[in-house]
Design a protein around this ligand. Structure first.
Ligand code: SF4
Length: 450
């Protein structure tokens, strides 16, 4: 239940906007404001705190509003939600469907409401990590070829050495950021940056090493994130909010329990949610990759010098066994998927459907169990790969790298730099199967099993 002073604050803000902008009150808009505020008024901070302590989920109220274009929805949801959020000490996360809408809300609607409503609030635009410069990457790019190899080692990324023109651009970025004239936001750079220019100087979530990074305290993304944590209202787009929630929430945006979400144009959400929460695995491609790894390891095992290295030999044998088991599991899943697809409903033309959605999103028990086993197998595979990679690295550092280089030259054995992504690829393969999903959770279509 909302306190009277919050209700009066909302009413007064609406009245002031109408007066200051010489607008007439609109019945639909008043109903929207009232319904939104009433719904959010059901949030009980004490019950929430107790539930949090017990690790329970209170769920929270949901208000769905459908209104046509030009009915004043933005004003309605901002006035209905913002004062309540401030009272509850929460952040309003306002997610729009497109960048154009995001800009309209940030550059026009929110400044307008702030100017005319008498409400005091701060707002900011939240962007994904990929819109910000990574200082460590920039450092490495400007430090020459050795550092480019380090990028490959650290991030599993192959970077083509920048040409003179790109180098001049990165030097300029460095100068501007050092002088405080630019804050590393791609959209604020003086010219439009192509993906080719930008990609080498940014990182994704898995590549950023966070607090372990020597540039962490000056990091452009984390500085922007501090602003996001301080604002009363954060404007984002659906994809960013869903990406944050897919990471567990509170990674890019304020934590879900401290937030009130507004999804503008929410009819886009089902499709977008599928993109962020659905998972897929290419079974045949995974089998091919396992086969490739096995062949490469076979060549390594045939190396005569390896015979003398017992630890390495043991690690290698563990990887081979794990590969075999993963292959076995994949081969068991394949016929099961085929069976599901063959029994799938036919489409209107009477042809067999290429996609199958499980009824009520329930993954069949046998597929779930197989996928769980596969995930465990891939986790094991990733671990033994990592151990083997570490052992190879130790050998190289100890100076016994002659045979590794010879092996690489003669057999195409991957360089050490290529090892870190292997466990990552292995893990993601296991984890992307539907078996990882909790029972009863809706699951998107099972794509054609190729
Ligand atoms: S914290 Fe992450 S994004 Fe920031 S500079 Fe370091 S690696 Fe780059």
């Amino acid at each position: 239940m909302l306190p009277d002073d919050i209700k009066q604050l909302i009413q007064s803000a609406y009245r002031q906007i109408l007066e200051n902008k010489s607008l007439a009150p609109r019945y639909g808009q008043r109903v929207m404001i009232a319904e939104i505020a009433k719904s959010l008024g059901q949030i009980d901070p004490v019950a929430e705190a107790e539930a949090e302590e017990e690790g329970a989920d209170t769920g929270g109220p949901v208000c769905v509003v459908e209104a046509g274009t030009g009915t004043g929805k933005t004003l309605a949801y901002v006035l209905g939600a913002l004062p309540v959020a401030q009272y509850l000490n929460k952040t309003v996360i306002l997610a729009t469907a497109t960048v154009a809408l995001q800009e309209q809300v940030t550059l026009k609607d929110l400044p307008d409401i702030k100017r005319h409503s008498g409400l005091e609030f701060s707002y900011t635009l939240a962007k994904g990590r990929g819109r910000y410069l990574c200082l460590s990457r920039l450092d490495m790019l400007l430090s020459g070829n050795d550092s480019l190899n380090a990028i490959a080692d650290l991030y599993g990324d192959v970077i083509i050495p920048p040409n003179a023109q790109s180098l001049a651009l990165y030097e300029k970025m460095f100068r501007k950021i050092s002088a405080g004239e630019w804050h590393g936001d791609r959209d604020d750079w003086e010219t439009l940056l192509t993906d080719q220019e930008w990609q080498p100087v940014t990182v994704d979530n898995g590549q950023c090493i966070g607090q372990k990074c020597s540039n962490f305290s000056n990091c452009c993304f984390y500085k922007a994130r501090e602003e996001v944590q301080k604002a009363d209202c954060v404007v984002a787009n659906h994809d960013l909010v869903l990406a944050d929630l897919a990471l567990g929430g509170g990674v890019i945006l304020p934590a879900p329990e401290d937030s009130i979400y507004i999804f503008d144009e929410a009819h886009h959400l089902p499709l977008k949610s599928n993109n962020h929460f659905a998972s897929f695995t290419r079974l045949k491609a995974s089998l091919g990759a396992l086969d490739q790894w096995r062949k490469t390891l076979g060549k390594l095992a045939a190396d005569t010098v390896l015979e003398e290295n017992r630890v390495l030999k043991r690690e290698l044998s563990a990887v081979e066994q794990a590969l075999e088991m993963a292959e076995l599991r994949l081969n068991e899943i394949w016929p099961l998927c085929e069976q599901i697809l063959h029994s799938a409903e036919t489409d209107r033309q009477g042809e067999q459907s290429q996609q199958h959605a499980f009824a009520m999103g329930q993954v069949p028990e046998d597929l779930r169990e197989l996928a769980d086993t596969l995930d465990a197998q891939y986790t094991r595979l990733a671990a033994v790969f990592q151990e083997l990679g570490a052992e190879l690295k130790t050998n190289m550092e100890a100076g016994s790298n002659v045979w590794i280089h010879a092996s690489a030259r003669n057999t195409g054995f991957p360089s050490l730099a290529a090892w870190p992504p292997v466990p990552r690829a292995a893990r993601s393969c296991g984890r992307s199967l539907p078996g990882r999903m909790p029972r009863g959770r809706p699951l998107g279509p099972l794509a054609d099993a190729e």
